[in-house]
Design a protein around this ligand. Sequence first.
Ligand code: PLP
Length: 222
Amino acid sequence: MTLAENVSTVLATVATAEKTIDKLGQTTVIGVTKYVEADQARALFQAGITNLAENRTELFLDKHEKMSDLPITWHLIGTLQRRKVKDVINLVDYFHALDSIKLAREIDKRAEHVIKCFLQVNVSGEASKHGFSPDELDTVLSEISELDNVQIVGLMTMAPIDATNDELDDLFAKAKALQVSIAAKNLTNIPCTDLSMGMSRDYQTAIQHGATFVRIGSEFFK
Ligand SMILES: *Cc1c(COP(=O)(O)O)cnc(C)c1O
């Protein structure tokens, strides 16, 4: 399959999933380019995927520079070390992996404008996964809401690689319920209207549960 064919297939699948919940066009498809070089990432943009993501600072900086001529919406989706915040945070449009208060404070300190962030939540409780546990969120939110330069646009979560369909339904429904309950609090700097969940193997299910951003890599580059 060519890249263009893969893009059509993914976009058609996204549309089908959106139709089942009557929300056509609600999803932002993010192309995850961590597997490929800048020339292939450029080809993905040219095939219509204008939101791109990297999970590592170095790879992000490299592609950001090589594709600075394109109007890309850039997402940083992986764990960010505090000492690297200053190198990248003002270059990304969305940061998806806010997983500690200390990191939020560092972002606030280094930001030259308001930074749109997703709080990463470990809904599955898997030990290997980053993110806040759902019971910590109340405390975390009240601290983050005091930071002027950090805006929480939504929650981000990842399902275990071996999750069954039932487990996926359960996890994504829980993430959606958490997002809705946080949005209802109307906290300062925390609109929390978005939900970043769903990767190549589970984005249809994620969309059916209300994902507004899906992060897709391998389905484009296979
Ligand atoms: C790699 C990655 C993705 C994309 O994974 P695929 O299974 O290739 O679609 C999504 N989110 C994060 C955080 C990633 O690191």
